[in-house]
Write a protein that binds this ligand. Sequence first.
Ligand SMILES: *Cc1c(COP(=O)(O)O)cnc(C)c1O
Length: 719
Amino acid sequence: MTFAEGKIPFLPERLVGLADVALNLSWRWSRDTRAMLKAVDPALWSLTRHNPVEMLRLVDPARLTQCAGDPRFLELYDRAMAGLADARIAQDTWYQQTFPDAPQGRIAYFCAEFGLHNSLPIYSGGLGVLAGDHCKAASDLGVPLVGVGLLYSKGYFDQKISLEGWQEDSDEAFDPAIMALTRLTAPDGGTTLCTLTGWGRTLELGAWRLRAGRVDLILLDSDLPGNEDEDRELTRKLYGGGQEYRLRQEWILGVGGVRVLRALGIEPVAFHANEGHAAFMLLERAAEMTRQGVELEEAVRHVRAHSVFTTHTPVPAGHDVFSAEQIDAVVDGKWSDFGIDRDSFHAFGHHPELDHGRFHMTALAIRLCRHVNGVARMHGEVTRGLWTSLWPGRKASTLPIGHVTNGVHLGSWMAHRVMELFDASLGADWEERVDDDDLWAAVHDFDDDDLWGVHMKLKYALLNFVREQSRNRWRTHQWDATHLVGSGTLLSPAPLTIGFARRFATYKRADLLFRDPARLQRLLTSEHRPVQLVFAGKAHPADDDAKRILQEIFRATRDPRFEGRVAFIEDYDLHVAHRLVQGVDLWLNLPRAPMEASGTSGMKAALNGVPQLSTLDGWWAEGYTGKNGWTLPLALGEPDVVDAADHEQVFSILEREVVPRYYRRNEAGLPTEWIATMKESIFEAGRFFTTRRMVQEYTRDYYLPALRGDAPDEDPPIR
Ligand SMILES: *Cc1c(COP(=O)(O)O)cnc(C)c1O
């Protein structure tokens, strides 16, 4: 007998439920379930980087039989199974309790990337991780969401750094067989769920389902035998080609996504486009109505009333834009499929001031969504300024664009050990009280010694992880010895350790600390108060400027002046991210303001008691309280001037405030002032910067109005 559609070859009768557990990512944030899976085979659990499907494929059947007869294991198992069953039938979710009269119907959440688990590399950075955390929180809260994305069967890319420090990319292909993925089939049993036309061809489209608790994620797949080779490539790589490839992917996501939902009998009432990549979804829904004879104007009114759009980009150049020719080539004359002529189609993506004749996905989304938001307070403001011209005659401050500040999923990002400290201090039911500020205020009363002890254990775990990763690469990649130094093997547990990990985009300025190497050297190699820096991150495959910054960091890691106190961890992903945000002492974030819409890695760190030092940008502009970290004063002027000012500020804060506070110890050797900063970080992040609070806001202020089809404001004209 085989289980989980043949993915798992053997399970003892008593443990058949493991197949359901393995096929639902909710194990990731259910502590009982995670403990149970780990207990199956701790070594394999670690070797498969926490992939239960793969582990259950590899584990010795004798071991499973042994588990089936072990009362301790069975207790864990039964508890995990009860949790799964509860989640399936729960009548008492936040959503049902808070909005008993909510209109029936689901919300479809479209996004070009989803970061749910490292085993599924279909995300490149913050946007994807946020989308993954959004789905998890929706599941926790019982918000009826269904996600729609692309499969990317060859993932993003695996990062390898050459001896010269140049990033080399290789495919990160994954095998759906060892993933928690289920292929969805049409009523006739076939893999083709719908077709769509584009660039002069007709494509067949299939899909896979990924379960994240109560939320299903539908991942579109064009890699079907009926398609041309070129089209089969389209759902293989995230950022796999140029603009044209990207445009075709967005076409598949938007137009194909709506059709696949229909083919599966899923009829959402509200639709959420998370970033402009998904905006063709809005046009296709209007087109569905015009194909049934509804007037375009009426169709547009309907789509607007039921649609939500979230923008994540604070700079004009960051928004998705295509040339008129590219759009023409994709539609290939089939304007009538959308019930409109070419000019009207282009008018949807028209920007009244910027690059005439180009098609702006954000303009399209704003015109077709009545519910629009940025992702932090400051970003909401910037967004109103960016798009004022879509509402002629109105002032930016009056535009109907709001903000919902991003958050992170507590159950996924707070370390197990920190949760255990909460259990011990606040009672095991504390997770049911996370909406209550008082719960978070109680963190201030945690025992200093206990919190510091937990932190140091997490720091050791990070250093161990770094060493094990280096050991593996030393063996498999035939590294030379300097690579070993640069990958962090000389890091030690006592020094103040600063983490900096995120995509290598130039505006994030990973290189800012290196402008004055002598000053950096003094900071790092101080005899009594040394400092260590740990970097990680991938540069976009087409971004050579970012790759040059990465190269500069890489060279610094092997520069003897820095004594092995600068490390670069290769292949940044969710797995590495977890260890870093939990194990360093300070999180550093240096975007050139106001380029960071929100940023979320600092929230993950804060939930683990790791304070942040950051420019006053994104979430930090509302998250910084004066007690939970440090902020650079906002510098104004040309980029060079700003960089110089920020460089001076960051060093001065590190030298005068951060380092002294970290090393100031009481008689018992505890950094009590530092620990106070840690507690304040947990308090502020926990009470506000979680996706739980974020999805609650989306639900109240955006989803419910979109489900009802409310019309709160005047729409921007289409021209
Ligand atoms: C959280 C996260 C990000 C986003 O980090 P920012 O600091 O917001 O840029 C990127 N990549 C991974 C893997 C993450 O977990």
